[in-house]
Design a protein around this ligand. Sequence first.
Ligand code: TYD
Length: 211
Amino acid sequence: MFFVVFEGLDGSGKSSLMKRLESHLKNQGTDLIMTREPGGTTVGDEIREIILKKQAQPPSSRTELLLYQASRSQHVDLVIRPALAAKKWVLCDRFSASSIAFQGGGRGISLDQVVWLNNFSTDMLKPDLTVLLDLSVEDSKKRRTNRENQTATSEDRIEAEADSFHEKVRKGFLDQAHADPKNWLVLNAAHTPEELYQELVKNLTERQWLR
Ligand code: TYD
């Protein structure tokens, strides 16, 4: 079993790629769970609401970081570790790398502090692979606007940040990927969903993770 995390800017196509991998794994008879952060537990889902809603008195940067971390420790303890112990694959939409990219890169909190908190909240659990769907900020914005129009939803508090914030987030992801190429796979999210899926399957096959 493997712990695979999907990261990227909003609208980068994480969920459709995750769903394709989920079907592939299920078809070959592999046990798995799909989950996401913030959320994945009842406490985490409540924290998610607090973090993402627009409010008159939004959380400060440090509060925001701690809320993501509180959601994460609950998620690791109650969902992720038990699933891995039961020999299930875990496909997770965002994890510690998002805190480094968004709260470290985007908000400017010192990376040492974010890494320390990630280590604390995960109790040192690391993904076996993080798949980064790299997308330009411009494309991310276009896709978000399309999604909002189609689903009649509005952007959340993080999505509403300025382009300069999202540029720093993108760089925050790419820097992590470049620093640890063995445990990261960077895909160009401008490719079609089918191409992305084939690229992912090729990589997992090379790792001998697929049957
Ligand atoms: P979500 O709607 O799940 O976005 P997406 O579908 O793109 O994953 O909202 C989660 C938001 O929270 C997203 O903008 C990224 C942000 N985030 C952080 O800032 N730090 C974190 O540690 C995590 C896990 C997410």
